[in-house]
Design a protein around this ligand. Structure first.
Ligand code: GLN
Length: 476
C-alpha cells in the first residue's frame, strides 16, 4: 500500500533507470488487486495501461520526456474516455461506451499520462458519501466502516490507498474537496470554466467543474497546468492563458497574507468542537506570524445549501431528461403498452433513489406555480452571494475554513436523512455557487483518528495564489 510516488520522484527514477513506466503501473495494479474490497474502481484497464507504459518507456529511452510522462491517472466514471464504458455509476448507463474523450483526458494523454481505470462514485455525482452508487459503496481505506466522502469517493480512495497516482473527479458542490478531506489528501476545484467540461457528463452545468486529487499540492499544480485552458468544444471554458502554477508554489508574493473567515461558520452548530479548536489555534498561529486573520459577517451562510439544492436539481432535471431509453440508456424489456409507459419504466428502473429524488425536486422548483418562489429566488441569492464574495476579496486575499464540519462519518449515519446529508456541504457549495476556486489541504488528525484539512478559497482565476497558499499550509 505504501507506494507513494510524486510526479517529480517518478521522473527522477525514470531518468536514473531505477524505475520503468511498466514497473510503475505494475505497482498500482498490485495495490488495486490487494484492495478490491474498497470498491474504488468500476473497471481497471490493466492490459491497456501496461501496453501504454511500455510505449512510454520506449519514448523515454529515445529522449522524449513529456510533462506527465508515465503518471498513472484514474478517472471518475463521469468523464469520457473514448472506447471505454462510461456509466456515471448508474444502471441507466451501464452499457454505454464513450464515443469521444473529454478534453481533460485528451490533454492528459498528450502529456504522457496513463489512464488506469474508471472509478466508482455517487450516481451522476449526486451525493456526499458514495452510498448512492448503483455498483456498491466505496470504503474509506483508513477506516472501512466510514464513508470516503462523495461524490468522487472512488477517485479519492484510489489516491489515498495508492491505487493510482492522480485522480480526476468532479466538483459541483464539493465532490472533490469533501472526499479529499475525508481521505487525507489534496483536492482542488479550479475556477468555473478553468478546465473544459467537454466530455463530462453534466449534473448541474453552471456548477460542474473537473477537479484533481493528489498527495501533494505540487502534483495537483502540475496536472492542473496541463489540462486547464481554452477549448473550442466548451464555450464556458475560460480563454485566459494558464500560468505554470507548479513553478509559483513557493512565491511568497502570491501566498495569501490577509485571511477572512466567516463568523457564522464558526458559530454553526454542526461544526465539530475538535475541528473548531484546531482552527482557533491555527488562526492564532497565523496571527503570531504576522498574517491578518479576521472574522467577517456572512449572514447568507444558512442560505447556501438551500440555494445550491434548488438550482442544481433544476439543472439536473433538465440535463438528465436525455436518459429515456431512446436517445440513451437502459431499456426496460417487459411488455409495454404505451410510449408514456415505456419512458416511465426506463427511467423508474434505470435511475436510483437519490437521482429520482433530485429530478422530481428540480421539476418541482421549475414548475409554473413555484418557479418564482424557488428558482427565481435562488438565482437572486446566488447573485447576492456573488456580490458579497467580491466585496470580501476587495479586503482579503483568501477565505479559510474547515472543508467539512465533521470528519468522515460511519456508513448509514446520514443516509436516512437527505437534509443531514445536504447540510454536510455547507462549507463547500459556496465556491460553486459563485464560481471561485477552492482547495482542501490535508493537515490534521481528528480524535476519531480520521483526517481533516484546511479549505482555502481565492478569487476567480487566482489559482496561482490558491495553490501557493495551499503549499504554504502543507508545509506549516
Ligand atoms: N454533495 C453534493 C451533492 O450531492 C455535491 C456533489 C458534487 O459536487 N458532485 O450535490
Amino acid at each position: 500500500m505504501e507506494y507513494k510516488v510524486s510526479i517529480a520522484l517518478l521522473h527522477t527514477q525514470l531518468a536514473s533507470g531505477t524505475l520503468t513506466c511498466v514497473q510503475h503501473v505494475q505497482q498500482y495494479l498490485t495495490n488495486i488487486q490487494a484492495n478490491t474490497h474498497l470498491n474504488a474502481f468500476l473497471e481497471v484497464f490493466e492490459a491497456e495501461a501496461l501496453e501504454r507504459a511500455a510505449y512510454l518507456d520506449e519514448l523515454w529511452q529515445q529522449g522524449t520526456h513529456l510533462p506527465l510522462h508515465g503518471v498513472v491517472v484514474g478517472l471518475k466514471d463521469v468523464i469520457s474516455y473514448q472506447g471505454h464504458k462510461l456509466s456515471a455509476a448508474s444502471k441507466i448507463l451501464e452499457n454505454f461506451t464513450a464515443v469521444y474523450s473529454a478534453t481533460a483526458v485528451e490533454r492528459l494523454l498528450q502529456a504522457g499520462a496513463i489512464i488506469i481505470g474508471r472509478q466508482n462514485c455517487d450516481e451522476f455525482a449526486m451525493g456526499g458519501s458514495n452510498e448512492n452508487s448503483a455498483f456498491g459503496k466505496v470504503l474509506n481505506a483508513l477506516d472501512n466502516n466510514r464513508v470516503p466522502g462523495g461524490s468522487s469517493g472512488g477517485s479519492a480512495v484510489s489516491v489515498q490507498a495508492n491505487l493510482c497516482q492522480i485522480s480526476l473527479g468532479t466538483d459541483t458542490g464539493g465532490s472533490v474537496r469533501q472526499p479529499a478531506d475525508f481521505c487525507g489528501i489534496v483536492g482542488v476545484k479550479p475556477t468555473y470554466g478553468r478546465i473544459s467540461r467537454h466530455g463530462l457528463l453534466a449534473y448541474a452545468s453552471s456548477f460542474d467543474q473537473i477537479g484533481i486529487f493528489s498527495h501533494t499540492v505540487q502534483d495537483a499544480a502540475l496536472v492542473l497546468e496541463t489540462i486547464a485552458g481554452a477549448d473550442n468544444f466548451d464555450s464556458t471554458a475560460l480563454p485566459s492563458a494558464v500560468p505554470p502554477y507548479s513553478q509559483y508554489l513557493h512565491d511568497t508574493q502570491l501566498q495569501a497574507k490577509r485571511f477572512a473567515y466567516f463568523k457564522q461558520s464558526f458559530e454553526h452548530p454542526s461544526l465539530d468542537t475538535h475541528i473548531k479548536q484546531q482552527f482557533e489555534q491555527l488562526f492564532n498561529d497565523l496571527r503570531r506570524q504576522g498574517y491578518t486573520v479576521e472574522a467577517v459577517d456572512f449572514p447568507l451562510l444558512p442560505y447556501v445549501v438551500p440555494t445550491y439544492y434548488v438550482l442544481t436539481t433544476a439543472e439536473a432535471s433538465s440535463n438528465l431528461s436525455r436518459y429515456d431509453g431512446v436517445k440513451f440508456g437502459y431499456v426496460h424489456t417487459q411488455a409495454i403498452q404505451s410510449l408514456d409507459e415505456f419512458y416511465k419504466q426506463n427511467r423508474s428502473n434505470g435511475f436510483g433513489k437519490e437521482v429520482k429524488r433530485r429530478i422530481m425536486l428540480g421539476n418541482f422548483v421549475l414548475s409554473a406555480g413555484y418557479f418564482d418562489a424557488y428558482y427565481t429566488k435562488a438565482q437572486q441569492v446566488r447573485q447576492l452571494l456573488h456580490t458579497q464574495t467580491q466585496a470580501i476579496f476587495e479586503q482579503f486575499d483568501a477565505i479559510i475554513s474547515p472543508t467539512v464540519p465533521t470528519p468522515a462519518f460511519p456508513f448509514g449515519e446520514k443516509s436516512a436523512s437527505p437534509i443531514d446529508m445536504f447540510l454536510a456541504d455547507i462549507f463547500t457549495v459556496h465556491a460553486n455557487l459563485v464560481g471561485i476556486p477552492g482547495i482542501s489541504v490535508p493537515k490534521y488528525t481528528h480524535i476519531s483518528g480520521m483526517p481533516f484539512g484546511i479549505q482555502v478559497f481565492t478569487n476567480k482565476e487566482k489559482e496561482a495564489e490558491l495553490l501557493a497558499t495551499a503549499a504554504f499550509f502543507e508545509q506549516l
